[in-house]
Every structure is written in C-alpha cells, then in structure tokens.
Design a protein around this ligand. Structure first.
Ligand code: ADP
Ligand code: MG
Length: 446
C-alpha cells in the first residue's frame, strides 16, 4: 500500500514564535516521488518530521489517505525515515539493524526472509554480518535504506540521505534510490539542498524559502517557468545570470531594457510576453538570462529574435567538454542574498568603507537596500547570511556564457554576444516573474 500525503496550511514555530514553516500546503499523490528543495535552514527537515509525527503541527492539518492525521502517533503512520547520518545501531550487525524494526512490528515472526530479500534487492548480502564500524559510508547508507525498505512501509521519508557521501557514490546511490522507489511504487518525500539531486530524482520538486513554499512543479516547469527570481536562481547550473535592468517604453519608439552601459532592444512587433513589460516603463526590473539564452557569435549571424551585446572576457573556467566564460557587460548583477557567498570586492574593502562613510552615506546605502525590495539587494550579499552548502561562488563578470572549448578566447578580449529574447526572463522588484507571462501553463508534454 502506498499513501497520499496532504498538508493544508501547515505552520510550525519554535522559539519566539517565529514560523520556520509558514502555511505550507502540498498534495503528494500515492506513489509520487516528491523532493523538498531549499537552502539550509529553510524548514525542510521540520516539514518531514511533521509528516513523520516526530514534530507537532502548530497550525494547519495533515491528511494521510484523506484522513485527518495530526495526532496520529508516529508508529501508526506506517512510514520509514532515512537520515543523513545513517543512524544505525553500532552494536548490531547489518542483519540485525535491518531486522530490528521487523522484530518490533511482529515480535513472534522470523525476520530472516524479509531481511534476505531486502539485502538481495540492495546488493548487500555480503555485508549482513558486519557491524556499522566495518562499513564504508555508502555501505552504511545502503543498510539504512534496507532497514527502511524491509518494513514495506507505505511511505519513505528521506532527509538528505546522500549528503555525507562523496560525489561519485552520491551519483551512484541517487540512481539506485530512484530505481528502487519506482520499483516499489511507494510514496517518497525526499529532502535535499542540492538542486541537481532534486531535478534528477523528483517527479515534482517543491521549493522552500524561509519556511514558505515558492513553487511546486515538475523539474521541467520549475526550470523553465520559475515563479520567482529565487526559484530561477536556485535551480540550474551554471546559475542563471541576473542583471539589474531599466525598462524604457517610449510611445514613439522601440521598447528597451537598459543594462547599465548597454541595452536590449525588444523586437517589433512586441511578443505577447514583452507587451507585459510596458507597464514597467521607467521601473527597475531583474533580467534573467540562462546560459542557453546567450551565445558567442558575430552580429551578422543573429537570427530573428536575437539582439547583440558586447562583453569583455574577465574569467575563463575550463570544464573539459565546455568552457564557462565570465563577461563584464557593464551591467550590475542582481543578488539573491541566501544564494550568495560574501566575496571581497577588489579595491573596495567593506570595512574601510564603513569607517570612512558619513552618516549620510550609510543612510543612502540603507535607502538603496530598501528600494531594492525584500528579495534582491542592489549590490553585495549580506555577509551575515550563511550560504547554503551547495552554493556556487560568484566569480568576476556579470554574465556567464557556456561555450565549446574550441572557441579561442583570452582575458580582456571584447566579444560580441547574441541574446535570444525568446529565452528572456524578467522579474519585478519583488522578484515575481513578469516574463514569460505568469499565466502561461506548463507545456503539454509534461
Ligand atoms: P532545513 O532542514 O531546511 O535545513 P530545519 O527544518 O532543520 O531546516 O530548520 C528550520 C529552522 O528551524 C532553522 O532555523 C532551525 O534553526 C530551526 N529549528 C529546527 N529545529 C529546531 C528546534 N528543535 N528548536 C528550535 N529551532 C529549531
Ligand atoms: Mg535538514
């Protein structure tokens, strides 16, 4: 049996009444693999623990197969949890660790057949007589998975089960988990801060930020139609380029988005998406360009819908099969604080500036930050905000473009760039998506 799990406006507060989960609503279908994704501290584990019954729900309701379940004791929920730190009993062999929950559940019955069947499924038959200390990290996590699976629960709850493993093993076990849960057809809620893990595993991905659900959708939808700038920035590698732009929509001329020293001229007639920008006339917006929206090519090679920018090569990142080129285009990057690591800025150390700054300077800085709205800060990330473990540090340049290694580029070169406006994302000051049209539905192929 596999279960449907529904959360209706569920909230949780710990100290000082601050909600770490804030009115979360989510319907998880029987047999679905749902990933809860978000930076460290955003409330993922708390949600999982509320579903498991290990944490009380302050407000809102939990339904299991349509039945009210807030007060159901964990043992009656028929769910198995897998943790990041493996959580095996050190004094028990793998066999006993896997068999332990079975013996609790049915004290008279012999757990051996189920333990053996589970071990075969996971390929750990030869590990059954070893103790946890005699196992590698990956082997321990397999045993922990075995303990969850052997019970035949109606749902799996997995809390960053692969985070303590090295990259190669992580990829391997990721594929195994995906295959296993699909074979078993058991509803799975999987918590991770790693977006690539979320995208490769999930039937759907639910993105959390500060305890608030930002979006839930298939990997394809959250990538191509992110509901806001946070989701856009959290999902996808290399990170989406986010530039601060200014919309100019004169009555008698072409609409443009200026990006500091350059601008994007929107082709006429305006597409339905771009027409939505008209009301932003004179306002600051955030332009989002994923690396597939920009290519290095001569202006003469521009296809319909492509416009030209110029970039100065600031940094090259060789990756073997491709090169990430960091360009300076003279625009200012927009920053999503939680996703950014503090970085020193050449020639302008923050501390010196603070000491030299007048009260007026500091006020101006504050006012600037306020104008930028709650989501995006104009300049630098707040050093007080810890970066999630999976963050990619920002390197010089405001625009990162992916290219093949055969293109010869050198630092300091001026290079023409073609921007495909069909792939343009625009977000408002609060980070909400304006383009593509927020009313647009995901593609039918989903
Ligand atoms: P995540 O799993 O996304 O990293 P958690 O759900 O563990 O986040 O935590 C969410 C927030 O709640 C964090 O700010 C964390 O410090 C806080 N928190 C978690 N557990 C407790 C607790 N038992 N008491 C007080 N605060 C807690
Ligand atoms: Mg956690």
């Amino acid at each position: 049996m596999t279960r449907a799990i529904s959360l209706h406006d569920v909230s949780k507060a710990y100290a000082r009444g601050i909600r770490v989960v804030d009115r979360l609503s989510l319907d998880i279908a029987p047999g679905e693999f749902l990933v809860l994704l978000g930076p460290s501290g955003c409330g993922k584990s708390t949600v999982l623990r509320m579903i498991a019954g290990l944490e009380d729900i302050d407000e809102g309701r939990l339904f299991l197969d349509g039945e009210y379940g807030n007060d159901l004791p964990p043992s009656d929920r028929d769910m198995a949890m897998v943790f990041q730190n493996f959580a095996l009993y050190p004094s028990m062999t793998s066999r006993d660790n896997i068999g332990f929950p079975l013996r609790i559940e049915a004290p008279g019955a012999d757990p051996a057949p189920r333990v053996d069947a589970t071990a075969r499924m996971l390929g750990i038959e030869d590990l059954l007589d070893r103790f946890p200390a005699q196992l590698s990290g990956g082997e321990r996590q397999r045993v922990a998975m075995g303990r969850a699976i052997a019970r035949h629960p109606s749902a799996f709850l997995m809390d960053e089960p692969l985070s303590n493993l090295d990259a190669k093993l992580r990829n391997h076990l990721r594929a195994e988990i995906s295959q296993l849960t699909r074979e078993l057809g058991v509803t799975t809620v999987y918590v991770t801060h790693d977006q690539s893990e979320a995208m490769s595993l999930g039937d759907r991905v639910a993105v959390l930020r500060g305890g608030v659900l930002q979006q839930v959708g298939t990997p394809r939808t959250v990538y191509s139609l992110p509901s806001n700038v946070f989701v856009a920035a959290f999902i996808g590698t290399p990170r989406i380029n986010l530039l601060r732009g200014l919309v100019r929509a004169p009555l008698d001329g072409a609409m443009t988005i200026s990006l500091g020293k350059q601008f994007l001229r929107l082709p006429e007639p305006l597409s339905l998406d771009h027409q939505l920008l008209r009301v932003q006339q004179g306002r600051e917006v955030i332009v989002g360009l994923r690396s597939e929206a920009v290519r290095i090519a001569k202006p003469a090679a521009a296809r319909p819908g492509e416009v030209v920018l110029t970039g100065l090569v600031e940094h090259l990142e060789f990756q073997g099969h491709e090169v990430l080129v960091h360009f300076d285009t003279g625009s200012r990057p927009a920053v999503v604080p939680e996703l950014e690591a503090p970085r020193p800025r050449p020639g302008r150390p923050a501390r010196r500036r603070r000491r030299d700054g007048t009260v007026l300077d500091r006020l101006r800085e504050k006012a600037g930050a306020l104008r930028a709205g709650p989501v995006v800060t104009p300049d630098r990330p707040d050093p007080a905000v810890p970066a999630p473990a999976s963050f990619e540090p920002r390197v010089p340049g405001d625009l990162v473009v992916r290219t093949t290694p055969d293109i010869r580029l050198r630092y300091g070169m001026q290079v023409p760039l073609l921007v495909d406006l069909a792939h343009l994302f625009v977000f408002d000051q609060n980070g909400e998506r304006i383009c593509p049209n927020p009313a647009r539905l995901p593609d039918l192929e989903e």
